[in-house]
Ligand binder design. Sequence first.
Ligand code: HEM
Length: 141
Amino acid sequence: MTSSSNPIERSFELAAAACDDLTPRVYQRLFREHPEAQTMFRSEGSEPVKGAMLQLTIEAILDFAGERRGHFRLIESEVFSHDAYGTPRELFVAFFAVIADCLRDVLGEQWSAEIDAAWHKLLRDIEAIVLQRKHLVDERP
Ligand code: HEM
């Protein structure tokens, strides 16, 4: 496997080599650290939604950290649908930090200073975007 020069991309590549599926880890950590998140998902039939949500979030992160071809715009648009799901903005942002923490666990020694710095910057940039999006109701003239 070729190793990416983009540290965010590389962190996902290394994780994929070490762990089949991040999904159970991410949601276990999310619900442990933010138990209120669990109640936002329907109690039955939400497994495919959770899988898709993580997959699409990862695609958005890779695009945001890379070429910015457009997938990253999901972050801005989902802010609004999640207002409707009752997901507070801080929790929405926390999902990205949960993904980063899971990657760090999986990578262990392979989590380099460069990867760490890139993730810190990414999390700050995403937080700025999400928190500055006004609630739709605030945008009425
Ligand atoms: C902890 C934070 C979050 C919570 C609690 C949450 C909650 C939810 C819930 C309840 C749904 C499903 C609604 C349904 O039953 O149809 C959903 C769907 C979705 N979420 Fe999140 N969400 C969070 C963070 C995010 C983030 C950061 C993104 C991406 C930027 C995202 C992207 C999506 C997408 C794309 C779907 C639709 C998935 C599909 O049905 O294909 N979510 N989320």
